[in-house]
Design a protein around this ligand. Structure first.
Ligand code: SF4
Length: 71
């Protein structure tokens, strides 16, 4: 069984570049100050590639994909 993933952001590391919201608007929006608001619902397989790209390209390395441990 595949492990589902969720997005997490480290708000201390985040610089508010906003790149993540451009790369993955399906789950990331920006607040009025340019910081991300993450929809942490499980990410379906079809969106994982885009989610991984946003994680990789975050300039502050503040985004993570974590295993879903909720039931
Ligand atoms: S790309 Fe990274 S540093 Fe920029 S707003 Fe998103 S999480 Fe923060």
């Amino acid at each position: 069984m595949a492990v589902t993933k969720r997005l997490r952001v480290d708000m201390i590391a985040c610089d508010g570049h906003g790149v993540c919201a451009e790369l993955f608007p399906e789950r990331i929006q920006l607040d009025d100050w340019g910081f991300p608001i993450i929809d942490d619902a499980p990410i379906p397989e079809r969106l994982l590639k885009d989610a991984r790209r946003a994680v990789t390209l975050c300039p502050a390395l503040a985004l993570q994909l974590v295993d879903d441990t909720r039931r």
